[in-house]
Design a protein around this ligand. Structure first.
Ligand code: SF4
Length: 574
């Protein structure tokens, strides 16, 4: 379908009157009110339809950098304009941080400005999780100098500082950019940090190495005005690893490595995944993407989102809503006809994952060296830990590491006879290459410690559950009853930064009533989700167990009961 025909079809759906029963003298036809436009630029025009779209059009998010460097860093926090502080700062990876000491129960009662103070959270993008030990030292020193030694590993391969003061932001950028790192578009309505296989170019089993593809996207499109005003955030993942290590089912756009029987290695294209309060799994578009066409296809899909994405309502603006309305067939047609100008060959489905894609443990590389995947506890790390990790790796001849979408760290290029010494050294800095099943598979979002939207403390709650389960369920582990991944994810609010709908046991922070008529922090329980990155045959979003809410002190006992019940009742093939 041509662009004009597409616009016409969309206009038809917005027509004022649909088929009505014929009028009679007693019942005149009443025209239905006109459907409101979705705010699609190519269909409805560019007039901004909500306040965020207004300021995005008035002044591009990227433009705030100049004001940070020349005004805000010199005149301090109070000089920052509201549209910049709560809007454009995100385009440079900066958010306001939750004021300390405000109980999660007050989150919904206070105005947003009452929940913040003058400190910022800063996200550093590390597309594909690639880091050198030199970069790690710079990040670690920034954490020590400016972030009170905080440096969380996020589940999108980023590194997150807290306690940042705006006065120090230009110096932090100077240090990061001197070693090729950036905070550009780490948040905001832009292509955010891109997930890439953490073992790209390393793993023996790799179908295709996506390193150059990812690098080209970063070089050409990040920080470019071409995509600095998308309808909403936009998440990318690319992997060539057969056991699926980039959670491709829940990104806006994913490229998954496949071997085409005639055309050789390339990618299968997926679009429209995303979680939050309206979770959707991505759909296969049904096309084979040759490696040399990857950047053009990414540009085409991202342009569709920019031009046809829904901009009227923020909660309907993710690509998943457009994909759901269009379906894969129409999406492919628009991509080919309007943006690529040629047809793509039909795709082949990716192979089923056979093992857990978190890369924890010791694995041989293509070149005969080894990589070691290690787990911090729920993503917590520190600047001093990073400096110690850089020292450890360099002492054993390694200068490269990766972060993963499952909040792990991978040390690369370890010679065989150094493996055990590196594992011991990792343990000493809080990174376990042989973690318990609970530590390995538990994730938590930022939570009430620093996030203004949070209702409960997630990280400390998760750390406590992990250590309790290690004791309570030691008998099952010793009996070999729990050797498969069993995922436990905790969100601090209804948003889904920790991806609870994709966990075996997902916990969403809420306020729960107490026996004495008061309230306390707790979690709504969601069960049965999973992705192929955790070796699930079929991805699924599980379901919320209505009415099942557990107060924080009761959680370890509750999770223990769920796991014991599962182990006793599971079917042979589960
Ligand atoms: Fe904050 Fe909620 Fe996201 Fe957790 S899930 S980081 S509490 S917005």
């Amino acid at each position: 379908m041509t662009q004009t025909a597409l616009a016409g079809a969309a206009a038809e759906t917005a027509a004022t009157v649909s088929a009505e029963a014929p009028a009679t003298p007693d019942r005149p036809v009443r025209p239905r009110p006109a459907a409101k436009p979705h705010g699609q630029w190519k269909v409805d025009g560019k007039a901004p339809l909500n306040p965020v779209e207004v300021w995005k059009q008035e002044d591009d998010g990227l433009s705030v950098r100049h004001r940070i460097e020349t005004i805000y860093s010199k005149q301090g926090f109070d000089s920052i304009a509201d549209d910049d502080l709560h809007g454009r700062f995100r385009w440079w990876g900066l958010y306001t941080q939750r004021k300390q000491g405000i109980d999660g129960g007050k989150t919904a009662q206070l105005e947003p400005h009452e929940l913040e103070d003058s400190y910022l959270m800063m996200r550093v993008r590390t597309d594909g999780g690639k880091l050198t030990t030199e970069q790690l030292r710079v990040v670690g020193q920034i954490s020590i100098d400016f972030a009170r030694n905080t440096a969380d590993l996020t589940n999108r391969q980023n590194i997150q500082f807290h306690w940042i003061e705006v006065e120090n932001v230009p110096e932090i950028w100077r240090r990061l950019e001197a070693v090729g790192l950036q905070t550009t578009e780490a948040c905001g309505d832009v292509p955010r940090g891109m997930l890439g296989s953490p073992v790209a170019g390393i793993a023996k089993a790799e179908i295709i190495d996506p390193t150059d593809f990812l690098q080209e996207l970063r070089d050409r499109f990040i920080g470019s005005p071409q995509f600095s005003n998308l309808p909403r955030k936009y998440k990318t993942s690319i992997t060539g690893y057969p056991d699926h290590d980039t959670i491709h089912e829940i990104n806006d756009i994913s490229f998954v490595g496949v071997e085409h029987p005639e055309l050789g290695p390339g990618y299968d294209l997926w679009v429209g995944g995303g979680l939050s309060t309206a979770p959707r799994l991505a759909q296969r578009v049904g096309v084979f993407v040759p490696p040399e066409e990857g950047p053009a296809v990414w540009e085409g899909v991202t342009s569709i989102f920019r031009d046809y994405g829904y901009r009227r309502m923020r909660n309907k603006a993710r690509l998943k809503f457009l994909v759901e309305d269009w379906g894969a067939e129409k999406f492919r047609q628009v991509l080919e006809d309007e943006y690529l100008g040629h047809k793509l060959r039909d795709g082949v489905a990716p192979p089923k994952a056979k093992v857990n894609g978190d890369h924890v443990g010791v694995h041989e590389q293509k070149d005969g060296n080894f990589f070691i995947g290690a787990a911090p506890c729920v993503g917590r790390f520190s600047g001093t830990g990073m400096m110690a990790l850089a020292d450890l790796l360099e002492a054993h001849g390694s200068h490269r590491l990766r972060t993963t979408p499952l909040q792990k760290i991978i040390a690369l290029d370890i010679p065989k006879d150094h493996v055990e010494a590196v594992i011991t050294g990792l343990d000493a800095i809080g990174l376990s290459a042989r973690p318990s099943v609970f530590r390995r598979n538990t994730m938590a979002c930022t939570g009430v410690e620093f996030c203004k939207l949070a209702i409960v403390n997630t990280k400390d709650t998760a750390i406590n559950i992990v250590s309790e389960l290690e004791e309570r369920l030691a008998d099952l582990v010793d009996a070999g009853e729990l050797d498969e991944p069993l995922t436990l994810y905790l969100n601090g609010c209804p948003n889904s930064c920790a991806r609870i709908q994709t966990a075996d046991i997902g916990l969403k922070g809420i306020i729960v009533p107490t026996a004495d008529g008061g309230t306390t922090g707790g979690f709504q329980v969601h069960l049965g989700g999973g992705l192929s990155s955790h070796n699930r045959e079929e991805a699924g979003l599980g379901r919320t167990v209505r009415g099942l809410k557990v107060a924080i002190p009761d959680l370890p006992a509750y999770v223990e009961r769920v796991i014991r019940s599962y182990v006793s009742n599971k079917l042979a093939e589960e």
